[in-house]
Design a protein. Sequence first.
Length: 180
Amino acid sequence: MTDWRLRRASPADAPAVALVAAASFLETFAGILSGADIIAHLTAKSAPATFAAWAEDFGSVVTLAEHENGAAPVGYTVLTAPQEVGDTGPGDIELRRIYTLSTARSTGLGAALMEQALDDARALGANRMLLGVFAGNARACAFYERQGFVVAERRRFKVGATWHDDLVYARQIQGIPQTG
């Protein structure tokens, strides 16, 4: 049984998505990245205005996961045009963000968010989904590989003032059955 529901976010949901973005990023990277870099990254990349702009963009999709009791935000995804994921072509889309709070782990939320992102990407006419991930995030890498993604290339990614090694994963999505 799930304790959450998914829905497409609107610009009015931007503060809730930004809250999950900050909480989940901090939860994931505290003790791995410096506190100053985490704060700088979240300030620059996860402001409510950023999520509102994505929610308003017809070429992007923001999905919000809410707890079924009280509708507290517990996870989200963002699909956008590719940016900073290496060589791209027509029909590519980037899964810019996929995060859940620890309270929703082991509930199937991550797989449900991925399935929804794949469905939304197909609806937008995308053929291939790309995503970047910190190379040292073994849990995330294993999740993406279970979802059918393969490493397409490597990149350097700046978080705050520090450069890190990232992996760029790719998955063909048109004509491929959903995973789950």
